[in-house]
Write a protein that binds this ligand. Structure first.
Ligand SMILES: Nc1ncnc2c1ncn2[C@@H]1O[C@H](COP(=O)(O)OP(=O)(O)OP(=O)(O)O)[C@@H](O)[C@H]1O
Ligand SMILES: [Mg+2]
Length: 488
């Protein structure tokens, strides 16, 4: 509908459509807590408490958006810390909610950061990245909105190039001043022919019949980012881009290039879409989005917890990272290349296995910033069975899909699956508990021969994995502890 209206008043430059996008933050689909849990259930088995807390925290962001302004500022996000052994789904939950959140979301690893003043990434960079991401999201949304219009404008520009004659006569009339009656008639006739030609060409262009034709384009040097100014590393970190500074100082050189219509369309479409969107509005919305609904997932937070009985050296800088995290989690203003961004209402979810350290090893102030603690349970054979079969991306389904690409129907008998789950749980107990990751190693051992021999030596269209087959492949290894340490 929107587009139809636009086409009607097409007698000038189109203004970017601002008002539709304005509401997009509020209008996007927002799941209720139980819907979020339902979505997570499709991929993650068990861990109900963690799912619930995350669902509540996500929904609370949306609820806060609908609260009156004075109260809105008071409502702080319920930052969460997820604690649980390795391989039980902490990172998996983060990955899945990033798709559900409908909000700028990044996952960072606490261990990758270094204290301010040391070489490395400082913690503020996570907010800068989040802002970059948000700008991209909003920009892409806007680009989608203007896509059709941009494509139309692009076609017109290509027509202008293909038919310079037609363009000249139809536009140049006003400048000639007085024209005799005869000239007028002739011109009108010419215009008629021109517009007919143009219409014909437009049709051909739409059908892609002209795609191979070469045309000459005037390209502003913007399209050729030939000079990459490399500044000192620190600048990039601070969100300052030398290209932005110097790029604008350089005179814009235009350059002629020969391109096929198909190629030219790509280049021009980009130019035209960029003309149609209002970048200032994009940035404003993007920053607003980050501030009100941004989510940062800090994985491996236990890696920056002190822990006892460790050498002093690294602990000092780890604690430094924690201290740097404090103001960000608590709420402060971070300078990004899109301007200042406040982190007060950004939701932080931290997670860690806390094998060698405990949550209480985190500095107390930081503990206080994560008021909600959820524990994830370690997984046993019942959960493994479900993980193997239920999730939409379940491992068995993945392998079956791989095999079907070879034209083979791979299936597992019920007792084979139980056997795999059981063995995984056993090896986890005996050797080391690596959670559901054990299923990956076990399955790849069970299926190795098949994966290798298909399609050369195994030529069937159905393979069924039985309990006996599983045992044949695994027994020798499981019985030998040393062997299983290396192979499984
Ligand atoms: N509860 C679960 N349901 C379904 N799959 C799971 C579950 N737990 C783990 N997995 C699978 O196991 C693998 C490892 O899980 P994940 O990366 O979430 O571990 P983690 O808890 O983050 O461990 P770590 O502390 O070592 O980072 C993933 O492939 C994931 O799909
Ligand atoms: Mg993890």
């Amino acid at each position: 509908m929107e587009l139809l209206k636009e086409e009607k008043n097409q007698n000038g430059k189109q203004k970017p459509k601002k008002n539709i996008a304005k509401n997009s933050i509020k209008e996007i689909k927002q799941l209720t807590p139980s819907q979020i849990v339902e979505e997570l259930d499709k991929y993650i088995i068990g861990q109900d408490n963690a799912k619930k807390s995350v669902a509540i925290a996500l929904r609370n962001r949306w609820r806060r958006q609908h609260v009156g302004d004075s109260m809105k500022d008071e409502i702080m996000p319920n930052n969460i810390i997820m604690i649980g052994p390795t391989g039980v789904g902490k990172t998996e939950i983060a990955r899945r909610i990033s798709k559900l959140a409908n909000a700028p979301f990044i996952k960072v690893e606490a261990s990758k950061f270094t204290e301010v003043g040391y070489v490395g990434r400082d913690v503020e960079s996570m907010i800068r990245e989040l802002t970059d991401l948000s700008v991209n999201i909003v920009k892409n949304e806007r680009l989608k909105e203007v896509e059709l219009k941009a494509a139309e404008n692009t076609d017109e520009r290509i027509l202008d190039i293909l038919l310079p004659q037609a363009k000249k006569t139809s536009n140049g009339s006003a400048a000639t001043g007085e024209v005799s009656e005869a000239e007028k008639i002739e011109k009108a006739a010419q215009d008629g022919i021109n517009s007919q030609t143009r219409e014909k060409f437009r049709e051909m262009l739409k059908k892609g019949l002209l795609d191979k034709r070469m045309i000459e384009l005037d390209l502003s040097s913007d399209n050729f980012p030939m000079l990459q100014v490399l500044g000192p590393v620190g600048l990039e970190e601070m969100g300052i881009n030398l290209n932005d500074i110097f790029g604008n100082m350089m005179p814009k050189k235009s350059k002629k290039r020969k391109l096929s219509v198909a190629e030219a369309r790509k280049v021009l479409a980009q130019e035209e879409s960029n003309k149609l969107i209002d970048m200032d509005a994009v940035i404003k919305d993007a920053v607003e989005k980050v501030e009100n609904s941004g989510i940062v997932f800090i994985d491996e937070i236990d890696k920056v917890a002190g822990g006892q009985g460790k050498s002093q050296g690294p602990d000092v800088s780890r604690e430094g990272v924690q201290r740097d995290l404090l103001p960000i989690v608590e709420g402060s203003t971070i300078i990004t290349k899109y301007g200042p961004v406040r982190s007060d209402h950004i939701l932080f979810i931290a997670s860690g296995a806390f094998h060698t350290s405990k949550p209480s090893d985190l500095i107390p102030e930081l503990q206080g910033r994560f008021p909600i603690r959820v524990e994830l349970n370690s997984l046993g054979k019942e959960e493994f069975y479900k993980i193997l079969t239920q999730p939409e991306n379940a491992l068995l389904k993945q392998y079956s899909a791989l095999m079907s690409s070879e034209g083979i129907e791979l299936s597992f008998t019920e007792d084979a699956i139980i056997e795999i789950a059981k063995t995984a749980a056993e090896v986890n107990e005996q050797v080391e508990n690596i959670g559901a990751r054990r299923l990956h190693t076990i399955l790849s051992t069970v299926l190795e021969e098949i994966l290798f021999e298909v399609p050369d030596r195994i030529k069937k269209n159905k393979i069924e994995i039985t309990k006996k087959y599983v045992n044949d492949k695994l027994n020798a290894i499981v019985k030998n502890r040393d062997l299983s340490r290396y192979i499984l």
